[in-house]
Design a binder for this molecule. Sequence first.
Ligand code: FES
Length: 111
Amino acid sequence: MAAQPPEQLVDIGAAADIAPGKFVTAKVDGRGYIIARVEDRYYAVEDNCTHEDYPLSYGCLDGGYIKCSLHGSWFSLETGQPQEPPAEEPIATFRLEVRDGRLLLDPARAA
Ligand code: FES
């Protein structure tokens, strides 16, 4: 098994500030992230559609999926996998923890 990179947790904000079914965006070291809440689960994915490098944050959430508003591909927040064309490549997913009510993103580790 390959060695894991060291933990690099970044405090994104209070978990309670994201309503169920909503998302916020965050920038860490110049890279954009979507932090989404589905019921009581939280997800972190890159804010970039793999089809044409378009911000996914212009789209919308439905359940555990986010839709790219440019050509309509849906991506799983859990796996990053596109659910339909035109996107074929998954989006990056990242480890996100809730500790003491705070959302902690690890940009160095895949979810
Ligand atoms: S840019 Fe997202 S589906 Fe085309």
